[in-house]
Design a protein around this ligand. Structure first.
Ligand SMILES: [Zn+2]
Length: 404
């Protein structure tokens, strides 16, 4: 197997006895049995058969368990205050979801001091890490004033480099009579205040939010300010979002629940990743997106949580994987790839989402022998340890607890 680089000179850790090592190192899903992996300098330094593993400074015995790349959650709204469990309960009792529910969170977020927003954001970031998410994206969109959007993004930048400006989430109530005026604000002074904190710009392209021309204008302004595009597209019904994403060279079109054949063609013929968010369909009791149709057409599919207090208040990638396998006709391999390498592609990152030599050592030890258990045992906490850039950041020793 490959020569280990740097192992002799850096603090190294050998994880051996891996029952299934998911590497994703050949472009698609890839896994090997009876494997080992060496971490050095925060990176993957070696992978191969356990019997060929080089020596290292420390050794962890995985005891036949599976090791996977850390999950990459490429779509989350974590800058908010308050919660909307009553709205969820009402919706489950038969009231349909309306985009207007966002404004409840906008009001609470505007009223919250920085410390409250920061504490909520950090709590969710820790919650994600404990469930195996080693990289997450975070959007604004509940401030909708220049200072509230800018402070939200500054807080997000404290916990992730994948920060997204979503001033174009909905038109806030004070602009209800002047949506064009709000669009000018989003493309002008708000963008200027937010761009220094962000890498991405996003727009909610949907009836009741922003139309095709408005969305394209927002993304063009973002690009001029150095921000790359992502789009909330085709969530609540058919619409122009996917086409807007394709034309704007967006990294990702997110939701993709209601697609025409032309939309599928646009996704298949461009590098735009289709990011599916089954937590939203679960939380709104809506039909799930047809992942099988996208995969069969050659579209690159990612899975993400859409974690937000309204439509999808889950931070769990394993839950999304289970939904994708059960409800969206994805194989277990496809769903795990979409939640790791797919998410990385949706964020245009090549250092995460896989465990090839040189990748950042973001990895998960499952308390199970195979990745399939993520869907096979839904709702069971299977993430027993998490390493981020080579450091154990969640969970504990992989030795099995002994019974009394
Ligand atoms: Zn979203």
């Amino acid at each position: 197997m490959g020569q280990a680089w740097g192992v002799a000179n850096l603090d190294s850790t050998l994880i051996t006895g891996i029952g299934e090592l998911v590497t994703n190192d050949d472009g698609g899903f890839a896994a090997r049995p009876d494997a080992a992996l060496v971490i050095a300098g925060g990176r993957v330094a070696w992978t191969g058969p356990a019997s060929w593993a080089p020596a290292a400074d420390a050794v962890v015995d995985a005891g036949g368990r599976a090791v996977l790349p850390g999950f990459v959650d490429s779509h989350a709204h974590l800058i908010f205050a308050g919660e909307r469990s009553a709205e969820f309960a009402a919706r489950m009792a038969g009231r349909p979801y309306r985009a207007g529910g966002i404004l409840v969170t906008v009001e609470a977020t505007r009223a919250a001091p920085d410390a409250v927003l920061r504490a909520n954001l950090r709590r969710l970031a820790v919650e994600m890490l404990g469930q195996g998410t080693t990289t997450f994206e975070c959007k604004s969109g509940y401030g909708l004033t220049v200072p509230d959007e800018a402070r939200g993004l500054a807080l997000a930048a404290e916990v992730t480099p994948e920060v997204t400006y979503l001033g174009a989430h909905v038109v806030p109530p004070e602009f209800a009579a002047d949506p064009a005026g709000y669009l000018d604000l989003v493309r002008g002074p708000m963008l200027a205040a937010c761009a220094p904190h962000a890498r991405w710009i996003d727009v909610f392209c949907e009836d009741g939010a922003f139309g095709a021309d408005e969305a394209a204008a927002v993304l063009a302004a973002g690009r001029a300010a150095g921000l790359a595009a992502r789009v909330h597209a085709n969530q609540l019904g058919p619409g122009p979002g996917v086409q807007v994403a394709a034309q704007a060279d967006a990294a990702s079109a997110d939701h993709c629940t209601f697609l025409t054949d032309a939309d599928v063609d646009a996704l298949a013929s461009t590098p735009v990743v289709a990011t599916l968010l089954p937590g939203a369909e679960f939380g709104c009791r809506q039909p799930f997106p047809d992942a099988r149709r996208l995969l069969d057409a050659g579209v690159t599919v990612a899975l993400a949580t859409d974690c937000n207090p309204g439509s999808s208040f889950t931070s769990s990638m394993p839950f999304c994987i289970a939904l994708a396998v059960r409800e969206m006709r994805m194989t277990t391999e496809e769903a795990v790839w979409a939640a790791t390498a797919g998410g990385a592609q949706a964020l245009r990152r090549d250092d995460i989402g896989h465990l090839g030599v040189g990748a950042r050592a973001d990895l998960i030890l499952l308390d199970a022998p195979s990745h399939a258990y993520l869907a096979y045992r839904p709702g069971v906490p299977l993430i027993s340890a998490v390493w981020q850039a080579g450091r154990l950041v969640a969970g504990s020793s992989p030795s099995p607890p002994s019974l009394p």
